[in-house]
Design a protein around this ligand. Structure first.
Ligand code: SAM
Length: 280
């Protein structure tokens, strides 16, 4: 598929529609359509999929996804100033782009989507992390999405793919790697954005596994992991004291050393502990 379209360059779009970036909305736009096409390609084969895009802004990634052949894109944008620019894209791709004005944290997109569904977004980092956690923690698995292709601050991307023993290893790594494959697929310097943010960014691609890597109750696992990393410098036996009164026995039953610290425990160990904690 071609990465270009007949629409005006994005720099002209933001001038025409007076889309001066607003810090309060975390607006750092990608204006290079070759780059947005490259990000769109990281989402995999979108030709048979509906793609949920959060925060399309002036539509760089939206255009990339459509030019890459996405069956349908549902874009949720909070800033109504962007809507005229997005309408122009919808007109250029009849029937393939639906735009909802709203806050992605409030809007339920499912009524507007037909599986298979992939998600792609270049979002403000706080919103991105909150949505990622929601997408990774539904009660039932597999989730409504097949893959997530998300731009993050590089440091957050590294936390998602981190391995045990590293400083970046924590709740995000465990949530992501328990039920998905996660890898960094692109690194972007600040200059790739207008205006440039202070830090580098990276695109993370996550593919939902058919079932979790190890059995565990999602709520119990979440609780155990949150408690362990809330006090990551403490030994597990004291960090997890509030989780169960006999936590030391449960740690031993899970094959873990009560004197270990959370960042040394692999995913498999946390899942074993969640199973022990779930026992009455
Ligand atoms: N996707 C565009 C790009 O790559 O150039 C814009 C990226 S900009 C980093 C983030 C976009 O998310 C902005 O357009 C902003 O208005 C929008 N946004 C911020 N918070 C949002 C929210 N809660 N729900 C939906 N969109 C949001």
């Amino acid at each position: 598929m071609s990465s270009t379209d007949t629409l005006p360059p994005l720099r002209d779009v933001i001038n025409t529609h007076d889309l001066k970036a607003r810090k309060s909305l975390g607006q750092n736009f990608l204006l290079d359509l070759n780059l947005t096409a490259k990000i769109a390609r990281q989402a995999g084969d979108v030709s048979e999929c509906d793609v949920l895009e959060i925060g399309p802004g002036p539509g760089g990634l939206t255009r990339g996804l459509l030019a890459e052949g996405a069956r349908h894109v549902l874009a949720i944008e909070k800033d109504k100033r962007c809507l005229p620019a997005l309408t122009e894209i919808a007109d250029a791709y009849p029937g393939r782009l639906t735009v909802i004005e709203g806050d992605a944290l409030q809007v339920d997109p499912l009524a507007h989507l037909t599986p298979p569904i992939r998600i792609a977004a270049n979002l403000p980092y706080n919103v991105g992390t909150e949505l990622l956690v929601r997408w990774l923690t539904p009660r039932e698995w597999p989730p409504f999405w097949q893959s997530l292709t998300l731009m993050f601050q590089r440091e957050v991307a590294e936390r998602i793919v981190a391995k045990p023993g590293s400083k970046a290893f924590g709740r995000l790594a465990l949530l992501a790697q328990w039920r998905a494959d996660a890898r960094i697929v692109l690194q972007l310097p600040p200059e790739a954005f207008t205006p440039p943010p202070k830090v580098s960014s990276a695109v993370v691609h996550l593919t939902a596994l058919a079932e979790p890597r190890y059995p565990a109750d999602p709520e119990v696992l979440n609780r155990v992991v949150a408690a362990a990393f809330n006090q990551r410098r403490k030994m597990l036996r004291s960090a997890l004291k509030g989780v169960a009164p006999d936590i030391e026995d449960r740690l031993l039953a899970a094959g873990l050393k009560p004197t270990d610290r959370a960042e040394q425990v692999p995913l498999e160990g946390f899942c074993a502990l969640a199973r022990e904690v779930a026992k009455v």
